[in-house]
Design a protein around this ligand. Structure first.
Ligand code: URA
Length: 435
């Protein structure tokens, strides 16, 4: 086959065969297509789109470009993917809670992207936690304790690794077809029986409008079904941070408070139960999503999910006593500064994107690939929508490495909150469910 012919067909809006798509995906993985050809392919897909069958074929081919895990376990292999937001630390509760309920969760997660935090960066705030394990170790830990949250090894979907890097520098990240194939190829390479997708919408999400979120959710669900994985999606609200913190160790604190019952964040609890409930129902471990949500809630309430989280942390190199001693084990920033509101009123809107970028600026995320993250920095005690604030009631606390770093973001953080007189309408946590 010839990459030029495939690209020209895309350009001229002609249908590609499964064989052509598979050949191109393999060429991405093994170097048979050049960077220029990969960039042209991505741009042609972005401009002209793929039909469902082509999107499914691309997803399958990218999944199969590397290792696809095989399992022989007494329960279903399940996973969740979130499109990312601010204070979105659901995975840290959901994976152990689903494992307590009989599922097996080999969760291959990512690092921070743009203004959003990444699950792996949050876990690495726990001293000793190692995300870079082999596929064999991921399988062994998942089989023995029921869940493992780790990074993708080089063997998982190498075609996506190459195409993603090229999209990043060729103005083609935004294609819904390519986002779909990229997300699903990595997730499905874990050999899942069922997947739940958390598609976030709002100021702190990548999808700012409901129309864009619905497009992506529909594409993801339709393609995952086409590739043979039972999948549902919840479109969930990101018009305010999910928890009152943004930053790696600060979000782990929120997770531990909710897991151990010492300070439950209702939104985090409710979303974890909603997504976990969907997953248990898809995997045949609950009669329906409501029954599943109840099972997840019991796993959280009983402390069994906290215990399971502790087992996972210990297996992956973290402290053996993390669940008992987490307040002593997490790093903290030397500078903690209040951001007072300049006027009195209620919080009417929150610019989550700006808050996320403030965390990156503080050193809690990367500006360039390879930047080192400071796990202790970020924001906490973020005022939620509808909160009454005044010059005496802070909008947030900044946790910074230096006074200068705190100075650099203070005004950005303040400006991220719109203060007014009228109480805002608080959006529901779950906007829509797609199956
Ligand atoms: N996350 C991914 O893994 N791929 C994309 O294209 C976008 C978000």
């Amino acid at each position: 086959m010839d990459a030029r012919v495939i690209i020209a067909k895309l350009r001229d809006e002609e249908r590609l065969s499964d064989e052509e798509i598979t050949w191109f995906a393999n060429g991405l993985a093994n170097g048979g297509v050049t960077d220029a050809q990969a960039g042209a392919f991505a741009m042609a897909v972005l401009l002209n789109g793929l039909v469902k069958e082509e999107r499914v074929a691309l997803t399958r081919a990218m999944r199969d470009s590397g290792q696809v895990l095989q399992w022989d376990l007494p329960g279903p292999v399940l996973d969740k993917h979130s499109t990312g937001g601010i204070g979105d630390c659901v995975s840290l509760l959901l994976a152990p809670a689903v494992a307590v309920c009989g599922g097996y969760v080999p969760m291959i997660s990512g690092r921070g992207l743009g203004h959003t935090g990444g699950t792996l960066d949050k876990l690495e705030a726990i001293p000793g936690y190692r995300c870079d394990v082999s596929v064999e170790r991921l399988q062994a830990i998942t089989a023995s304790i029921g869940c493992a949250i780790v990074g993708a090894s080089a063997d998982i979907a190498p075609a996506d690794k190459r195409l993603y890097a090229i999209r990043d520098v060729s103005g083609t990240v935004e294609s819904v077809d390519l986002i779909t194939a990229s997300i699903l190829s990595k997730k499905l390479a874990a050999g899942l029986e069922a997947l739940v997708l958390d598609v976030k919408v709002g100021s702190g999400a990548f999808m700012k409008t409901m129309e864009d979120a619905e497009d992506l959710a529909e594409s993801l669900v339709e393609t995952a079904h086409g590739a043979g994985c039972m999948t549902s999606a919840l479109i969930t609200d990101m018009s305010q941070p999910l928890v009152a913190a943004a930053g790696n160790a600060l979000e782990v604190i929120e997770v531990m408070e909710t897991l151990t019952g010492s300070g439950v964040t209702p939104a985090l609890w409710d979303i974890t139960c909603a997504l976990g409930g969907e997953l248990l129902a898809l995997g045949g471990l609950a009669a329906d999503a409501g029954d599943g949500a109840g099972r997840i809630a019991r796993a959280l309430e009983s402390g069994a999910a906290a215990e399971k989280f502790g087992e996972m942390v210990a297996e992956l190199g973290g402290p053996l006593d993390f669940v008992e001693r987490w307040p002593d084990r997490l790093p903290s920033a030397p500078v903690v500064r209040e951001v007072p509101a300049l006027a009195s009123g209620v919080v009417r809107a929150i610019d989550g994107h700006a808050l996320g970028l403030a965390v990156v600026e503080l050193g809690g995320g990367r500006k360039r690939e390879g930047d080192r993250i400071n796990p202790s920095v970020g924001l906490s005690e973020l005022a939620p929508l509808g909160e009454t604030v005044s010059p005496d009631v802070p909008l947030a606390l900044i946790h910074a490495a230096t006074e200068e770093a705190a100075d650099a973001v203070e005004q950005v953080v303040r400006a991220a909150f719109t203060i007014g007189d009228a109480h805002p309408t608080i959006p529901p946590l779950v906007h829509r469910r797609l199956r």
